[in-house]
Structures are given as C-alpha cells and as structure tokens.
Design a protein around this ligand. Structure first.
Ligand SMILES: Cc1ncc(COP(=O)(O)O)c(C=O)c1O
Length: 368
C-alpha cells in the first residue's frame, strides 16, 4: 500500500468537476485578479472567522508582514514569537525591521503562555505573535488581557487554524488581527498560494488593502509604497469552495484522528495529541510524540509505504536565518524535545477507511 503524507491528486480527482467549473468561470469573465471570487471569499472568511473584515492577499507570510506594518512596528521593536513553529511565523518580524524574541514551547505543542505573559508584563516586547498550531487554538484570553493592559500589540498566526474555535471564539476576536494561510497543505488550501488577514478594525482593513496593491486606494491614487500581493481569482474560488465544506471535512479529520488516538492510547511510550476541553480541533495536522522510538517508527511506517513528516525538525532557534537573534543564555528544552520526538501522520479527508485501517495496523505492528 502507498499512502503519501498529502494527496492533492486525490482531492482534485474527487472534486474535479467543481474545480474545473470554477477555473472556467474565472477564465470566462476574465478578472483573473481581484475578481468577484476574491470579494466572495472575503465575505465567507468574515462568516467563518466571525470578524467584521477580511482581506485576501498573496500568502499568510505577507498577511503577517502587513499586520506588523499596519500595527506600526518599527525597527528596533522586539516581538515575542514561539520557537516551535514554521519559519514564516518569525521571518516577517525581521522583514519589518524588528527583532524576534523566541519563546520555548509549553504544554501540548503550544507556545509557553506563562513565559510570553512575563515578557509582556516586564515591558520587554512591543508585540506578540501568538501561533495556533496543528488546527487547535490555545486559550488566548489571558495573553490578550495582559497585552491590552500593557498596550502590547497581539497578532495571531492562525495559518493552521481556519475553522478552529476555543470556547466558541475564533482568531481575530481578541487580537489586533489574525493571519490565515491557503497554502495547499492547509485545511482550506488553494492549488497555489494565498492568505488573508481577518480583523475587526476598519482602518487596519483599508491599510492592508492598500499595501496588497502598490499603496493604491479606492480612487486609484497611489498613496504610499506598497507591494503586489494578490490571490488569483481561481485560487479564491477554490478556497471558497473548500470553506463551504470546512465543517464536513473537519468531522472526517476528527474521525481519523480519533482512530489513530485509540491505537496510540494503548501504547505507553507515545503521546497522541490532546483535544483541549472547550476547543474545536480541526486537525490540520495529527502530531504525536513517540519518544526515543520516533526515527525507528518513521522508518517502519515508511517501509510500509506510509508517508510522515516532522513538525518541526528544526525549532527556529536552530534555523540559520535566525542565528543573529539567539544569545548564549537562551534555552529551548521543550522545543528541542519535540523536534526529536514528534511525528506527523497522514491527515486529510480523502484518506479512505482502508487507508486508516492500514495505518492503525502498521502502528500496532511496530516493535514498541
Ligand atoms: C504557522 C504558519 N505560519 C505561517 C505560514 C505561512 O503561510 P504561507 O505559506 O501562506 O505564507 C505557515 C504555512 O505553512 C504556517 O504553518
């Protein structure tokens, strides 16, 4: 059996008629950039995320950068970012001229909130990027309260968390803005690149709309230096189609996750991902830990034709691009542990029951 980590080919096969019809629609009306599909996607995002505004841009990396610029981040500002995340949670900080201050992972793959709040309370950072990993939100309220009290800007990197809620609340509700990704691996992925910012602030929305296209306002005046960061209308249409199925596909992901967890619960040397009470986990990824067995387990699954990945093999303090921002006294023991022990299993709604049975059997047959 061959079960790749990701199967966009199968996704395309299952939804070919809809996807091809959306392509035809865009090519026929010809507004391939900023077409009606983009405006429709922005309205859908407001509904899904519960925010007043959404601006679609070229990627979540750009979205985060635009949020930082709009928040007034300036050279020399310090910004707390988790060490255990994808590089694009921190690279926009440097692009904005600011300095990332890395924070170790805490419980359950989440950033260490206690340490982050300490940085906020001690006046050491001007902003915080809060990253929600793997399809689950952490409780943002204590951090949001601390940031508000100290006048620190809070931006949520919700690239992996579209559709996830905590106590019914979505990213963007308590922060300056939240960035979203439509990278092909994401729960609402484009067949290409794309991202968005959601926020309740209309001035932030207008500014980011200008930044995404050369600083141009509604009257087509170029008011400031901007960028070219647009999502293609075709991609907006495809993401919009996927948003219509978000809940249905999240249920399938949850079902698969619970099958994996039921197997791993029987094996004492592994830790399945925890579904935090109050959280609606959309399982963008299924990340387990396998202690010192991780690499051997990965080989066992690979020999059986099952693709896996490691999120993240290099925590950001070990990534060369950030070397200048790490001091000798910095320590990130939990991020290091996760980088040695975590393993991500295939997780997409197109996995069929035979695939899931086979993965579960292969996990069971491993010599733990
Ligand atoms: C946590 C996180 N932040 C930011 C990004 C960047 O998203 P994009 O690829 O849309 O720029 C990603 C994408 O992989 C991500 O996982």
């Amino acid at each position: 059996m061959n079960i790749p980590f990701m199967r966009l080919d199968r996704q395309f096969e299952q939804h070919k008629d809809t996807i091809m019809a959306l392509c035809e629609q865009v090519f026929s009306h010809g507004r391939v950039l900023q077409g009606p599909e983009v405006a429709k996607l922005e309205n859908q995002l407001c509904e899904v995320m519960g925010t007043k505004h959404a601006v679609a841009v070229g990627s979540a990396t750009d979205a985060l950068f635009f949020a930082l610029v709009t928040a007034g981040i300036k050279p020399g500002d310090k910004i707390a970012v988790p060490a255990m995340t994808f590089v694009a949670s921190a690279s926009p900080v440097i692009r904005a001229g600011a300095t990332p201050v890395f924070v170790d992972a805490g419980e359950n793959y989440q950033p260490d909130i206690t340490k982050t709040i300490e940085l906020v309370n001690s006046g050491s950072v001007q902003a915080v990027i809060a990253v929600h990993l793997y399809g689950q939100l952490f409780d943002i309220t204590p951090l949001a309260d601390a940031c508000r009290a100290k006048g620190v800007i809070l931006i949520e990197d919700a690239a992996q968390a579209i559709g996830a809620t905590f106590n019914g609340s979505s990213p963007g509700a308590q922060s300056f803005a939240a960035s979203l990704s439509f990278d092909p691996m994401k729960v609402a992925g484009a067949f290409g690149s794309g991202g968005a910012i959601v926020t309740n602030d209309s001035a932030v929305t207008e500014r980011i709309k200008r930044l995404r296209y050369h600083g141009r306002d509604d009257s087509r005046t170029y008011l400031e230096l901007g960028y070219n960061s647009q999502i293609a209308s075709i991609q907006a249409g495809i993401v919009g189609f996927k948003l219509d199925h978000l809940e249905e596909w999240a249920k399938r992901r949850q079902h698969i996750a619970r099958r994996y967890t039921s197997v791993l619960d029987e094996i004492s040397s592994t830790t399945p991902p925890l579904e935090i009470p109050g959280s609606h986990h959309v399982f963008h990824k299924y990340v387990m830990t396998a202690g010192e067995n991780r690499d051997r387990l990965r080989e066992h699954l690979s020999a059986a034709g099952i693709g896996t990945m490691i999120h993240y093999a290099s925590p950001l303090h070990k990534v060369p691009v950030f070397a200048d921002y790490i001091t000798e006294n910095d320590a990130f023991p939990e991020s290091e542990r996760l980088s040695h022990e975590a393993l991500s299993l295939p997780m997409y709604p197109e996995l069929d029951d035979d695939d899931v049975d086979y993965i579960c059997e292969t996990l069971t047959s491993f010599n733990w």
